[in-house]
Design a protein around this ligand. Structure first.
Ligand SMILES: NC(=O)CC[C@H](N)C(=O)O
Length: 380
């Protein structure tokens, strides 16, 4: 085992923010350079699910949990076939991972997948900086001969911004596939893959739903070719303002009145389909410990989030939209950001957060049951 696979690499690495702030550490994972949007995640657990969430495409993720990699890497927890984060920033990597499911170290896995990371960073100071200044572009450079600071800052400033990025097609499946219902099949759902996490079709399959996962570029005809009882729009990376094709497709689904459910990017697309705007949050919500209130029941749930954009809809009034009345169903209790939308005259709703909850908590699992109820209601 080399020193680097034990999380104790001596190869120098530098993290360079676009505003010129620099943090020095050691290489973690692959050695090289990478660029993306610096964002922080407050999850204390579930690093494999975070790394493999396609919504993190082009983002460099800073972990606020100080000790990362303790349970190694297993073959069960990934949310997709590969790591999607553009880079990974940790404070203190586990030197000796320990878990009965662990197959390899996180350092080895990052290196094997070519993901450039950095360790030994004061992630609390970095997170406070991002919280005050907002998410921004970042570069990680590692190796024994690094460019001078001015060159690195200039390179970071040339990297693409997240605003205006159209990324779903880069992460979504190219071919349709089916996730069979577990047990008796009760419903068929067409799931439009904008960057879907593996747990989402699984949560539907557990409820007797056969899920036809379709590429982001699928047409309305392809959606209806599977004779769906419901249509689902997934999470995904990038700026929802660019998602014109999914918005048009969703409007066609709303027009027909097919039960509809959206998660995260899917919520932003419902917002746009109804005529609301979307905007970039200063630093977003990422982690598995975010408080949300379901305003339809008053209940508060602790939920998994990963979003940098949000829907701009009025919190305290019912809106008239081209598809009837709509209201904000869920709100984040930290900052009053819109976390869910529902239509009052059509069987359609969405949430900005992650009821599939990989990795947990499971407070929001009832939303999949709500989707099932809408499909049952349509049959009755
Ligand atoms: N997880 C998601 O679907 C994220 C949606 C969108 N890319 C955002 O950052 O807000």
């Amino acid at each position: 085992m080399t020193t680097s696979t034990r999380g104790t690499s001596r190869v120098p690495a530098v993290l360079v923010l676009e505003d010129g702030r620099i943090f020095r550490g050691r290489a973690y994972g692959a050695v090289g350079e990478t660029f993306g949007e610096a964002v922080f995640s407050t999850g204390m657990t579930g690093y494999q699910e975070t790394l493999t969430d396609p919504s993190y495409h082009r983002q460099v993720v800073v972990m606020t949990a100080p000790h990362v990699g303790n349970t190694g890497v297993n073959d069960e927890d990934p949310e997709s076939k590969r790591i999607w984060v553009a880079g990974y920033v940790v404070r203190d990597p586990a030197r000796v991972p320990s878990n009965w499911r662990s197959r390899r170290t996180l350092d080895e896995e990052l290196a094997a997948q070519g993901v450039v990371g950095i360790s030994g960073i004061d992630t609390r100071a970095l997170t406070r900086h991002l919280r005050e200044r907002g998410a921004m572009r970042v570069g990680i450079f590692s190796g024994n001969a690094l460019p001078d600071e001015g060159t690195m800052i200039a390179q970071v400033r040339q990297a693409p911004e997240m605003t205006g990025a159209d990324l779903s097609a880069e992460v979504a499946t190219k071919e349709a596939y089916v996730v069979p219902a577990i047990g008796e099949k009760k419903f068929t759902v067409a799931a439009v893959d904008l960057g879907i996490k593996g747990m989402t079709p699984h949560r539907m399959a557990e409820r007797g739903i056969e899920v036809h996962v379709l590429p982001a570029t699928a047409s309305v005809e392809e959606v209806y070719a599977v004779a769906p009882d419901g249509v689902f729009f997934s999470n995904g990376p990038g700026d929802p303002a660019t998602a014109d094709h999914p918005v048009a497709m969703m409007q066609a689904v709303l027009e027909r009145g097919t039960p509809l459910f959206g998660i995260c990017f899917g919520n932003q697309i419902l917002g746009r389909a109804l005529g609301f705007g979307t905007y970039k949050l200063k630093y977003g919500h990422r982690g598995i410990n975010q408080p949300v209130q379901d305003r339809t029941t008053g209940k508060v749930e602790v939920t998994a989030h990963n979003h940098g954009f949000a829907v701009d809809a009025p919190l305290d009034e019912v809106s008239q939209t081209p598809f009837g009345r709509a209201e904000v169903s869920h709100v984040c209790l930290n900052d009053n950001v819109v976390e869910g939308l529902q239509l009052l005259d059509k069987p359609a709703f969405s949430v900005q957060y992650h009821p599939e909850a990989a990795a947990g908590p499971h407070d929001a699992a009832y939303l999949f049951d709500r989707f099932v109820s809408l499909m049952e209601g349509q049959r009755a």
